[in-house]
Design a binder for this molecule. Structure first.
Ligand SMILES: C[S@@+](CC[C@H](N)C(=O)[O-])C[C@H]1O[C@@H](n2cnc3c(N)ncnc32)[C@H](O)[C@@H]1O
Length: 200
């Protein structure tokens, strides 16, 4: 087994043992350990939340059962029981209906998004779709994130990540790109962290 495969297997087994539905939880763990975006009592919006590892980790370890999480995805969360801090929304995060509910439940201290498009295998198409999602999340953050709030978004590298970073720099005091260790080596995903939203 190659080193990368072994590592992937390690994270999958660890997630299962710790009760998380997906190994992606360790990406959020690493980002949080580096940037401390979320604290107990925060109101968090998780966009592209299913099956629910980021939501569960945020509930258990970051807001520690206090605060609240709005978790939106095209698919339902696979969390049973659903943590008491979580309000699930099903459907396109950027539909008029979901944007309205997300606005009613906001504003948020932190917005996290691991949203990814259904991939086609054609890199230029996939990166373009990922950029579209990332731009939509930044757009939501502009109106739904509190001043001094933080943002984490995923974007596929090789598309317009420089453009997204440039836009984020007009909204946040600091913008940092990060590729967590838990990402598979062959993966071209990158996370962009916006810290300390500026007063608008
Ligand atoms: C990699 S998964 C997220 C995994 C999640 N962070 C976890 O830890 O369980 C990406 C998710 O983005 C969702 N997604 C993609 N486009 C979306 C959209 N427009 N609105 C809501 N969710 C979307 C997909 O349905 C998919 O469940």
């Amino acid at each position: 087994m190659g080193k990368n495969r072994e590592q992937a297997d390690h994270y999958t087994k660890k997630a299962k043992k710790e009760g998380y539905p997906a190994r992606s939880v360790y990406k959020l763990e690493e980002i949080q350990q580096k940037f401390h975006m979320i604290k107990p009592g925060d109101k968090v919006l998780d966009i592209g939340a299913a099956p629910g590892s980021w939501t569960l980790y945020t509930h258990r370890k970051l807001i520690k059962g206090t605060g609240s999480i709005v978790s939106v995805d095209l698919k339902p969360l696979e969390l049973n029981p659903l943590p008491p801090t979580v309000t699930p929304l099903i459907g396109d995060a950027f539909s008029e209906e979901n944007l309205k509910v997300m606005t009613e439940l906001g504003p948020y201290d932190c917005i996290i998004s691991d949203a990814a498009p259904a991939t086609t295998g054609i890199r230029s198409v996939d990166t373009m779709k990922s950029q579209g999602l990332a731009e939509s999340v930044v757009y939501v953050a502009q109106s739904q994130l509190k001043t001094h709030g933080n943002l984490v978004i995923k974007i596929f590298q090789g598309g317009g990540e420089q453009e997204v970073i440039k836009n984020m720099r007009t909204i946040f005091a600091k913008v940092k790109p990060l590729k967590p260790k838990a990402c598979r080596n062959e993966s071209f995903e990158l996370f962009l962290v916006g810290l300390d939203k500026l007063e608008s």
